[in-house]
Design a protein around this ligand. Sequence first.
Ligand code: SF4
Length: 272
Amino acid sequence: MGDRSAIEWTQATWNPVTGCTKVSPGCAYCYAEAFTLRFKRGGRFIPGHTTIKTHADRLEMPLKWRRPRLIFVNSMSDLFHEEVPDSFIIETFQIMKQASHHVFQVLTKRHTRMAELAPKLPLPDNVWMGVSVENQHWVEQRIPELKKVPAKVRFLSCEPLLKALDLTRYLDGIHWVIVGGESGPKARPIHADWVRRIRDDSVAAGVPFFFKQWGGRTSKARGRILEGRTWSDMPLKPPSPPTQHRPVGHQSVSLAEPAASSLASEQPMAQV
Ligand code: SF4
């Protein structure tokens, strides 16, 4: 967790919850689990991955980050995990509302709980809501639930992409599509035809498309070039990337920018 991130489609991570349990095939080689195990082997005490822990002491961190950032919420867990109390989730959203100079990206595989809780959550325009969809079954289960959530930006993370997806009937009301292959020693293969089809369907529907990586042994092993170029469209203009040398200022993030502005990242990890 920190105010920098190597994940291509975000700028920082914030983990008010850690620990998770597996719910679908995309979880098989969970990055958060592998990360936790690695640190346990190193002798540092971190509760096991399946220990769900809320961290009240981390809630106010984004309020202290003065420079606007695109923040991925819970890269090490799932905010809508069944063991996270409603009250803690609501408090997390209240902080996101208060920290209106940032943009927050909330990604879940607990689509049902997210949709059920949505009416109780403050959902300001700076909070983007998304679901992971790794195969067609989860397209059909998770996207309709996501569409019940009245977020300004609703997004899909098709990562790890495990099968071909037909998104054509599902893209109305979706504002961003991310695709990525799996990475790690047991990475399952991704096929270029699957990626091209999602790209073509997204472009045809006018939905910004972001290709994160081909995956492989490491997240950068095969790069992120698709048909000769990177695909880094964003649904709205993100906050200016943080740099170390500029004076700290409090810029406001324009959420009224036109869709599909390109981040055009030159950089060649995320879970939930
Ligand atoms: S963090 Fe994400 S990938 Fe890992 S077990 Fe939880 S839902 Fe699955």
